[in-house]
Design a protein around this ligand. Structure first.
Ligand code: MF3
Ligand code: CO
Length: 251
């Protein structure tokens, strides 16, 4: 599948998909508390998504059984919500969500602390967010895709963190995952030239320990191999001739 360039009309729809997803994340972030189950988060997220006339884009995607990916502590991404998994003070929880609005997808992730969390956990969450902002410094027409990748990877590794290499960011539009793949680590190749109208989901996944991950027997949940904490941060981004427009983050 080639990379798609979105028309003005498509960009309007993607902006709306992004605007709604930002609200979903804001609401979920406010609702988090110790004692909540990861299934509670999924139920609430799905309800908010549908209340805006959208579909949850992850539900049944390649068989994924929920609307929100909820990944706790050493879980990197794609945790499956469960009534048995109860959040407790000190946990960190990655929430990854996507909505479909009139056929167009948005995709974004945030990592939150539950109550008081350790300094190490706070730093991890902050560095992961900063990785995204380092990457998008290069997200501009005429630059090359892997300048984004290299900036993300370098920023994390210089600070001693492990950068997950087995999962990447991606193009997004009428499908959740479109070309191109966007690695989060330093690349020697330059990658494709960026053009205005491309929409990209850029999503660093960063570990306190090593970069290695395992897949659990549920075939979805990705965990750090060394059991260290992991954080995830993602926005859907529109490439322009100038600064990128963050479709899932307005403030
Ligand atoms: N942001 C995640 C990704 O791009 C969304 C996963 S969707 C799932 O991989 F349905 F596969 F869980
Ligand atoms: Co994504």
């Amino acid at each position: 599948m080639p990379v798609t360039i979105k028309s003005a009309r498509e960009i309007e729809l993607m902006k709306e998909a992004g605007r709604i997803l930002e609200i979903v994340h804001d609401e979920l972030g406010k609702a988090l508390h110790p004692g909540m189950t990861t299934l509670d988060i999924d139920r609430l997220g799905e309800e908010i998504i549908r209340s805006y006339g959208c579909e949850p884009s992850f539900l049944n995607y390649n068989g994924y059984p929920a609307s929100i990916c909820v990944s706790v502590n050493d879980e990197v991404v794609h945790g499956i919500p469960s009534a048995k998994r109860v959040l407790k003070e000190g946990d960190i929880v990655g929430l990854d969500a996507g909505v479909i609005y009139k056929g167009y997808h948005s995709d974004a992730a945030r990592t939150h602390g539950i109550g008081e969390i350790s300094k190490e956990a706070k730093d991890l969450i902050q560095v992961t967010r900063e990785c995204f902002f380092e990457g998008i410094k290069f997200a501009k027409e005429g630059n090359h895709l892997f300048e984004i990748s290299s900036a993300i990877g370098r920023y994390a590794e210089e600070r001693g963190y492990g950068v997950v290499r087995d999962l990447c960011g991606h193009g997004i539009g009428t499908k959740l995952h479109e070309a191109p793949e966007i690695p989060n680590y330093e690349m020697n190749r330059k990658g494709m030239k960026l053009r205005k109208g491309m929409t990209l989901a850029i999503e660093p996944m960063i570990n306190i320990g090593g970069c290695a991950v395992n897949w659990l027997d549920d075939d979805w949940t990705v965990v750090t191999r060394d059991g260290s904490l992991s954080a995830h941060y993602e926005n859907t981004v529109l490439i322009t001739e100038d600064e990128p427009i963050l479709l899932t983050l307005s403030k």
